[in-house]
Design a protein around this ligand. Structure first.
Ligand SMILES: Cc1cc2nc3c(=O)[nH]c(=O)nc-3n(C[C@H](O)[C@H](O)[C@H](O)COP(=O)(O)OP(=O)(O)OC[C@H]3O[C@@H](n4cnc5c(N)ncnc54)[C@H](O)[C@@H]3O)c2cc1C
Length: 461
């Protein structure tokens, strides 16, 4: 028998706003990492804020939990509905750019716009929306805000938290919070938008956001540098911050095992160094100066640094090839076999010592695992992944990896996630390792905004 909620929604919404066809639902029920295989009552696709409010109001009336989903590229299982009494609520039809204010350097976009779409819209207005991730074709505004996404240019421009001015959202009581604005300065008490950013769909359904824009970049210079170890990479970072800090846009670390897995699985991407170095760093400068000036500055920087070798991209296709070497590491690891993903936050200065100590601990506790280490070093964000054998007991290895690495990040003053979030996969770790007062505060905020616990149960807290 059809659930009464579905009958009501079908009567009050256009046909395109409700999906129950199992074939159409199937891809929405599996998470990006293929770890969760969920189920749902149906998928609701509001086409306006008012439709979203109606859907939430009917869910409140029937006590049906809601799982918000955007591009479904999240890496911690936060967007997968886990039960046929749960409604999946997706953003696909909320896909309008509502306003671009080029003079004010802001734009207002709906939650279903993809990152590529909003970057292209900003570029048409000769502006830059600087967030940039490997998932930019699929990740949507609702999810980017829900996860407080980071990515490849946080070093220069910040993460989503730094780029959102205001949000519009449907709250758990069905009311619409109308918090869109394009004010740079606004000091009026609690910042509700900041509360929603990184809330992983637990406090409401975001329908639109006003975003900061920046001046378009006029030039870019990109290089890959071969280095003997992570300490040398840290030295280069310190030098780069001092010399070209105001145009330093990316500083990405790639350990030798990551270069090796790329060579094995993505041989089509050229490796600039033979033999492979112990580690490489991808450096990008960008800004209001033209390419040739930035290239000169980068060359100068590298000449005064102690690098083993370096290549400077000579054109757009070489730039893309260097970035592919960094961006395709997760794909190469997936091709290579089972693996464990980590997203560790560390003080930047602690990264070399952390890498050394982690290697020893992993060798002792998980001798079969290969640390594949890479990440946004300039942001103190290390993806300390482990490659496993085909027949490995992944769950057991993951439990050991979490114990070893989370203890070690705590020792160095770091944290268990830098950009992916807590989702479903790290709730237990957050409960174990975060201060009880911090966890309790989160529960109190959740209880006050969503007393029935309807939004994304089991995620974050
Ligand atoms: C190849 C690849 C590269 C990646 N690189 C990076 C990277 O460099 N940095 C980084 O930070 N992440 C990265 N990610 C992870 C992922 O792309 C980001 O977490 C992204 O922000 C998720 O966006 P999404 O639209 O796919 O959200 P989803 O996965 O659909 O959802 C993510 C979370 O947001 C919530 N949510 C979704 N829509 C709404 C809404 N409308 N209202 C309220 N909550 C909502 C969901 O409930 C869920 O908890 C990468 C992923 C892939 C596959």
């Amino acid at each position: 028998m059809t659930h009464p909620l579905l009958a009501e929604l079908a009567a009050q919404l256009p046909a395109s706003a409700l999906v129950t066809d199992p074939e159409k639902l199937a891809p929405r029920l599996v998470d990006e990492r293929r770890k969760l295989h969920g189920s749902t009552l149906a998928m609701a696709l509001p086409g306006s804020t008012e439709e979203a409010a109606l859907i939430v109001q009917r869910c409140v009336a029937h006590g049906v939990p809601i799982v918000p989903q955007a591009g479904n590229t999240g890496l911690v299982g936060g967007a997968t509905p886990m039960g046929d009494k749960v409604l999946l609520m997706a953003c696909d039809r909320l896909n309008q750019v509502r306003q671009v204010d080029a003079e004010g350097y802001t734009m207002t976009v709906e939650a279903g716009c993809t990152l590529d779409e909003i970057r292209a819209t900003a570029a048409e207005a000769n502006r830059l929306f600087p967030l940039w991730l490997g998932s930019s074709t699929s990740a949507r505004v609702g999810g980017l805000i829900g996860t407080n996404a980071g990515g490849l240019q946080v070093l220069r421009y910040g993460n989503m938290r730094d780029l959102v001015l205001g949000v519009e959202a449907v709250l758990a009581d069905g009311h619409i919070y109308r918090g869109l604005h394009n004010l740079r300065k606004r000091n009026v008490g609690y910042d509700i938008a900041q509360l929603m950013i990184g809330a992983e769909g637990t406090l409401g359904f975001i329908t639109a956001a006003s975003l900061r824009l920046l001046p378009s970049e006029q030039g870019r210079a990109t290089a890959m540098v071969a280095l003997p170890d992570a300490a040398a990479a840290l030295g280069l970072f310190t030098h780069a911050k001092a010399e070209v800090g105001e145009v330093l846009t990316a500083f990405e670390y790639i350990g030798k095992a990551a270069l090796e897995v790329m060579t094995a699985q993505h041989g089509e991407v050229p490796q600039p160094f033979t033999p492979l170095p112990n580690c490489a760093v991808l450096i990008a400068l960008s800004g209001s100066q033209p390419d040739n000036i930035l290239e000169d500055r980068l060359t100068q920087l590298l000449m005064t640094a102690s690098c083993e070798d370096a290549v400077l991209a000579q054109d757009g296709s070489q730039t893309e090839a260097l970035w592919a070497l960094r961006e395709l590491i997760p794909s190469a690891q997936r091709r290579a076999g089972p693996s464990i993903k980590q997203d560790l936050a560390l003080p930047i200065g602690a990264i070399p010592a952390f890498i050394e100590e982690a290697a020893q601990l992993v060798a002792a506790r998980l001798p079969e695992a290969t640390p594949v280490v890479f990440g946004h070093m300039g942001d103190g964000n290390l993806h300390y992944n482990l490659g496993l054998a085909q027949d490995a007991d992944v769950a057991n290895c993951e439990a050991i990896s979490n114990e070893v690495l989370f203890d070690l990040v705590a020792k160095y003053g770091g944290d268990i996630s830098a950009e992916h979030g807590i989702g479903r996969f790290r709730v237990a770790a957050a409960d174990d390792r975060h201060h009880p007062v911090a966890r309790e505060l989160m529960r109190k905020i959740k209880a006050s905004l969503d007393p029935q616990g309807l939004f994304n149960p089991g995620v974050l807290i």
